[in-house]
Design a protein around this ligand. Sequence first.
Ligand code: BTN
Length: 263
Amino acid sequence: IKNNMHKYSDKFNFLMYKTVESTNTIARKMAINGAESCTVILAEGQTNGYGRNGKYFFSPYGTGIYMSIILNMKKEKKIFKSSLITAAAAVAVSKSIEEISNKDTQIKWVNDIFINDKKVCGILTEGALSFEDGKLDYAVIGIGINVNFPKNGFPKEIDDIASSINAEDNIKDADIENNIDIRNILIAKILENIYEYYFNNAVFYDEYIKRSFLIGKKVSINIDNKDYIVKVLGIDKTFALIIEFQDGKVERIISGTINYRGL
Ligand code: BTN
């Protein structure tokens, strides 16, 4: 152990905290300063966890996994699109949750993981593009998972859309210690999978598609602050969404926020 840096595996280095503002903020600073791939920042709780579009990510102490993984593409001369990294992380998390819980998971394009129609995990990939060639210099994969049910429940605003892997009952303080193992196992499985996808180019497209529950659905999509009702025709190999507008126009979309409820 050096400066709070733990080496539990020969592939990953861990920097572990009790409470931080956001593991992604820490990871980004480290990535800018040239941190190695497979540096992992973990916290028991976050005071300012955030998701896509700067949205607050509820990160109560002791019941979830708040993890950021640094990948340094520049150093490894790897060419990986950010959509591919996010999708790889989504599959890594989904598969790992299924293995430890025996529950089925679904992936909502591109980065949310659901159990029984409720969100249990959000993933936010941030990175920097090189000025010279437009390729990713580094990426930070931020993963937030609700593992146990939060002691005081979820905030009202997300109570009907969020859940945890162990959703049965509120856990007591004493249980937090006992439940640490399941989080450790989950973290180890997720990292193993991400390693395979990133370094060994293991394929994950089919695994993604089979859990993707938007295909064939009519959804509302927000693109550049405008809402459209569209039908999702599919997801291509680059993880772009293929959608059909009401006027019959078909387009390939690489970012946007989907709302599928009530349609
Ligand atoms: C989303 O739901 O839009 C993505 C949520 C990502 C949350 C994780 S928790 C660890 C890391 N640190 C953050 O501040 N965000 C990510």
